[in-house]
Design a protein around this ligand. Structure first.
Ligand SMILES: Nc1nc2c(c(=O)[nH]1)N[C@H]1C(S)=C(S)[C@@H](COP(=O)(O)O)O[C@H]1N2
Ligand SMILES: [Mo]
Length: 152
């Protein structure tokens, strides 16, 4: 089996590990064809966060979602309720894996994200190189506003 790109774990009924082909096989209704239609500065296609959560099934106690990028140790933690209908996991570009230069192999995309530091769902939470989504009851790790974080 292909190497998983993304793990979803924590306060969920069904932890998941997803590879490129798993994401590509999500049905049409879960796919977002081209995020450049939503933000001209971003590119690639993805699947909705909703469709991933529907498979992982957060427990009733689940309240926070943390996006982890082990490549650089970056993390952002937001309320599950705020993000669950606005998140997209971008994983492909022209039929291949999303390149690292675009934040791949998986980059988070928030519909209508706010300017840095102006909202919980800000540009800073559009985490590049996401390899783990952790669901928790309490807020999780968040490095967005630490010294040295990009684009402050
Ligand atoms: N893994 C990772 N993701 C990250 C960051 C980072 O340093 N590491 N910076 C964040 C911040 S602070 C912002 S504003 C956006 C910038 O995205 P851009 O480079 O596409 O403009 O990426 C976010 N995602
Ligand atoms: Mo940012």
């Amino acid at each position: 089996m292909a190497k998983p790109l993304l793990r979803i774990d924590g306060d969920v009924e069904q932890p998941l590990e997803l590879a490129f082909d798993d994401l590509r096989e999500f049905p049409e209704r879960d796919q977002v064809q081209d995020v450049s239609q939503l933000n001209p500065n971003r590119r690639g296609g993805g699947v909705t966060l909703r469709s991933i959560l529907d498979r992982a099934k957060p427990n009733p106690s689940a309240a926070y979602l943390t996006l982890h990028a082990s490549t650089d140790g970056f993390a952002a933690s937001v309320r599950l309720e705020a993000v669950q209908e606005r998140g997209i996991l971008v994983y492909r570009l022209d039929g291949s894996a999303l390149p690292v230069s675009a934040g791949g192999p998986i980059r988070f995309f928030i519909r209508d994200s706010a300017a840095c530091r102006t909202d919980e769902l800000d540009d800073c939470a559009n985490v590049k190189f996401v390899d783990r989504i952790e669901i928790t009851t309490e807020p999780g790790q968040d490095t967005r506003y630490e010294n040295g974080a990009a684009n402050e």
